[in-house]
Design a protein around this ligand. Structure first.
Ligand SMILES: Cc1cc2nc3c(=O)[nH]c(=O)nc-3n(C[C@H](O)[C@H](O)[C@H](O)COP(=O)(O)O)c2cc1C
Length: 160
């Protein structure tokens, strides 16, 4: 099954997870980044990123390569203010046609907050009935743990 992992990562946790899943599943990695980067330090990062997520912004993205040839798309995003990150919103908006009829899964990285609402918001924005597989990890790069490793393994097993 031809798989793409489409992800955004500000501080590397989602990126590292995307790379691990790609290696396990033999998937292509598609990293997306906004043209105007969010502040990534201090309190400004929470204010700007959080506001952008709450407002449902769709920031312009740097060029990326994605086509309709994939059977399965796995989205990877940090949780921002209980939501998925805005660059993912832009990607979905720009690729609705190419995402139709695909198997869709998602993983999120968070600092420990509730992720159920973010998965639900993502599912609704994607306009799909179900996400094939879901994974949530607590800061897996910054705080590696056996629990995160086990969850990652189970997610990949489900998609193999
Ligand atoms: C703007 C902003 C908002 C955040 N909001 C939440 C949140 O609501 N719940 C939570 O558990 N973590 C929150 N976090 C923490 C990140 O989701 C978490 O550290 C994640 O692992 C970062 O992924 P990354 O390294 O790929 O950017 C927030 C981080 C930022 C920068």
């Amino acid at each position: 099954m031809k798989t793409a992992i489409v992800y955004y990562s500000m501080s590397g946790n989602t990126a590292q997870t995307a790379e691990k899943i790609a290696a396990e599943l033999g998937a292509d990695l598609i990293r997306i980044d906004p043209v105007k980067e969010y502040p990534s330090k201090g309190i400004r990062k929470f204010i700007w990123g959080g506001k952008s997520a709450v407002m449902g912004d769709t920031p312009a993205l740097q060029p990326y390569r994605f086509d309709g040839s994939y059977d399965r798309i796995i989205f990877g995003t940090p949780i921002w203010a209980g939501n998925f990150a805005p660059p993912i919103r832009t990607f979905i908006k720009e690729n609705r046609d190419a995402l139709e009829e695909k198997s869709i899964s998602a993983f999120v990285c968070c600092a420990g907050g509730d992720t159920a609402k973010a998965f639900e918001k993502l599912r609704q924005y994607l306009e799909v009935n179900v996400l094939e597989a879901q994974l949530e990890l607590v800061d897996p790069k910054d705080k590696p743990s056996p629990e995160n490793d086990e969850k990652l393994k189970a997610f990949c097993k489900k998609l193999k």
